[in-house]
Design a protein around this ligand. Structure first.
Ligand SMILES: [Zn+2]
Length: 244
């Protein structure tokens, strides 16, 4: 399984970059995990858009869905040119019906509702979900194939259930949007030390930090994560291919 970070920023994209999103590949199947601002431009460095087999969305905040509309335009143009044959499937929860309905567009993309309590069969993966703690309903995701797994926390405050959910994962991709001094002040996100604690208590084999703030000294967040996790921890590097 290959995981390629497309963007690493929380809230809005930093200059010339994209908000937190990942391309995940297995056996030739390609899935885009979240599709926020700047993602459509950035992901084309790593795949033709028509070679995407699916998109999966954690929640309906703009930094996770902003580029869905332009992805739909790309699919529409692709179909008009007969380069794009079948509708692109976009998986997301349907707790927000208004947002969910927008995922289906003119026969070029189709929204598919995620049932969080069930395992989703998606190409070569089994995908399971854990509701996070965020101002809107949001799902952490675990992709498993051939005995390997990657967990994306999506956006969340601390939640004990994420420890079991991430148990023994080969790669924990954890949001770490907060400097330690904002813990208890800014809600809905993890700090570096919490991302590290989650990795440590889950026994994750490797930790990647994402959904980063655009301000402050980012190294403080990595340092905080390493203070609670003795394993391999780094910021997700845009365009790097992580193999598990
Ligand atoms: Zn976000």
């Amino acid at each position: 399984m290959k995981i390629i970070p497309i963007g690493v920023w929380g809230g809005y994209p930093n200059k010339n970059e994209a908000t937190s999103a990942f391309l995940i590949e297995q056996d030739g199947f390609r899935c885009l995990v979240d599709c926020g601002s700047g993602v459509l431009a950035a992901v084309q460095n790593y795949t033709e858009l028509r070679e995407l087999d699916a998109v999966i969305i954690s929640h309906y905040h703009p930094d996770h869905i902003a580029d869905i509309g332009v992805l739909q335009h790309a699919a529409m143009v692709g179909m008009q040119l007969k380069e794009w044959e079948t509708p692109l499937l976009i998986y997301a929860h349907d707790k927000d019906q208004e947002e969910f309905k927008k995922l289906s567009y003119k026969g070029v993309t189709e929204g598919r509702a995620i049932q969080a309590a069930e395992i989703l069969k998606l190409g070569p993966w089994q995908v399971s979900f854990c509701e996070t703690v965020h101002p809107v309903y949001c799902l952490a995701m675990k992709f498993t194939a051939n005995g390997k797994s990657v967990v994306f926390t999506a956006d969340t405050s601390w939640k004990d259930e994420l420890i079991d959910f991430s148990k023994g994962t080969d790669l924990l991709v954890a949001e770490s949007n907060l400097y330690e001094k904002y813990l208890g002040i800014i809600q809905g996100h993890l700090s570096g030390s919490q991302a590290g604690e989650l990795a440590e208590r889950a026994g994750a084999k490797r930790l990647l930090l994402t959904h980063l703030p655009q301000y402050g000294e980012l190294d403080e967040i990595l340092h905080a994560a390493k203070s609670s996790y003795p394993g391999e921890a780094d910021f997700a590097v845009i365009g790097k291919s992580y193999e598990i």
